[in-house]
Structure formats: structure tokens, C-alpha cells
Design a protein around this ligand. Structure first.
Ligand SMILES: [Zn+2]
Length: 255
């Protein structure tokens, strides 16, 4: 399983793309979230218009979904033909359908079919096992775990860990947790914080935990705070990780 960090920024980051990952295994590829700067991150990578099989949305705050319009418009403009699966919470689907409707407005169809699917607690896609769990966020947000054979990835989306999301994270080989603050936030807060992430990393004995969706201003101090803990790191745009090789790569995409 290969993970490509398309973006790891907070909603209004000046330096980083909005938070999203792509997950590739063989010829299968998923996109997790699609904020406003993610279409350009994909164009920089130069993949084929038919590469992505499915998009999973953790929730529909604009920094996680508003790039959908531009991405669908691009695929339509270059005549994508492969059907696209879009997984979301059913009560949030109408937002995504509006974004998709704008992709080729006023025409109503694209060059490919969108198959809308409910995100449930657990399902299989080909030989991938997908599981979700709610985090604590101002809008309902689903963390996702993908298991392929012995390889596993956890991605929190937005929000503070819950007992359900921590249980889903347990045992994953690579985990990403939203971490908005260097200092502890209130227990009823909508976001994760460094003391909580450090406790999770240690209590769960996670091999690798990437912090992301951090406010720009805390990034230097957060990187320093992670240094004493091998495996705990601040995620970066362009970071790629091959779980089978247990190796990180960092890719720069020239303009
Ligand atoms: Zn959010």
C-alpha cells in the first residue's frame, strides 16, 4: 500500500495544501478528501484521468470537499470514462451532489458515471477492508481505516479522537491524526492537540503517527516537540510512504 500525502494543511494554510491522501495498491487508487487545493496537487503528479477509483469524504467542511467540483470538471474535460465511486455519510451527500452538479453546469451529465455510496462502519472493496469511526468534531466526521492483507492505514479526518476512533487506530502500521494545537484543548473541543496525540502514540505503541491539519504558526514548535519520539512526526505535503517497504520518500513536484 502506497500513501501519498497530497496535503496536510489546515483550512486556510498559506503554505500547505488542504489535507488529503491518496492510497494506491496495484492498479487500485482511492482519494481521501478533496479540499480546494487538491486538484492542483493531483495535476502536479501527472496521473491518468482514470487512475482514481473512489473518493472517500470524511466530512463536508469546505477544506475537505470543495475541490470536488474542479476535479470532476477536469476529468470531464479530458473524457474520463471509468465510473467513480463516492463514499460519504448519507446525510452529507446532498452537499457533494451540489459540488458535482457545478462541475459541468448547466449540462447535467459528465463523461462518466458517479456511483454514490454510504459510508458504513465496515465494508469490503475488492480485497480492501474499509472501516470507519466517528471523531469529535463540530460536524459529523468519520475517521477511516484501510486494511489490505497485512498492511493497514488509519486517517482521522478532522476532529478530536474518541474511544471509537482510538480503537480503529489501534494496531495500524501508519496512522495520521489531526492535531490543531500544540497545547491541550478542552475535552469537548472539536480538534486534536499534541498532548493527546503523544499519549495516543505511546499508549497504543503506534509504529508511525503523523500529525497533520496543524495551524501554520505551531509547525516549528510541533516539529521540535516530536523529535524525542521516533515514529511520531509532523506530516508534510509530498511525503510518500510505502507500507510494505516501511520507507518514506519525499517528492518535490517542479512547476
Ligand atoms: Zn472539519
Amino acid at each position: 500500500m502506497k500513501i501519498d500525502v497530497l496535503g496536510c494543511g489546515s483550512a486556510f494554510s498559506r503554505w500547505q495544501n488542504t489535507s488529503a491522501l491518496s492510497v494506491t495498491e496495484g492498479h487500485h487508487q482511492w482519494l481521501i478528501d478533496c479540499g480546494p487545493t487538491i486538484p492542483r496537487a493531483l495535476w502536479q503528479r501527472g496521473g491518468d484521468i482514470n487512475d482514481i477509483d473512489a473518493i472517500f469524504f470524511t466530512h463536508v467542511h469546505p477544506d475537505h470537499c470543495s475541490g470536488l467540483t474542479a476535479l470532476l470538471n477536469y476529468w470531464k474535460s479530458f473524457s474520463r470514462h471509468k465510473p467513480l465511486l463516492i463514499y460519504s455519510q448519507p446525510e452529507q451527500r446532498s452537499v457533494l451532489m451540489q459540488l458535482a452538479g457545478l462541475a459541468n453546469w448547466p449540462a447535467t451529465s459528465l463523461s462518466f458515471v458517479i456511483e454514490w455510496r454510504d459510508s458504513t462502519a465496515c465494508w469490503d472493496w475488492h480485497h480492501w477492508r474499509i472501516q470507519t469511526a466517528a471523531t469529535q468534531h463540530e460536524m459529523a466526521n468519520l475517521a477511516i481505516r484501510i486494511d489490505i492483507g497485512q498492511e493497514s492505514l488509519f486517517y482521522s479526518g478532522d476532529g478530536r479522537p474518541t474511544s471509537e476512533s482510538v480503537a480503529l487506530m489501534a494496531g495500524s502500521q501508519l496512522a495520521f491524526q489531526e492535531c490543531a494545537s500544540l497545547t491541550a484543548l478542552a475535552h469537548d473541543a472539536s480538534h486534536g492537540d499534541f498532548p493527546g496525540c503523544l499519549a495516543l502514540f505511546q499508549q497504543q505503541a503506534l509504529p508511525r503517527l503523523g500529525l497533520y491539519h496543524c495551524n501554520d504558526a505551531i509547525l516549528p514548535a510541533l516539529k521540535q516537540a516530536c523529535l524525542p519520539y521516533p515514529g511520531l512526526f509532523v506530516s508534510e505535503d509530498g511525503l510518500q510512504y510505502d507500507i510494505s517497504q516501511q520507507q518514506f520518500f519525499h517528492i518535490e513536484y517542479p512547476l
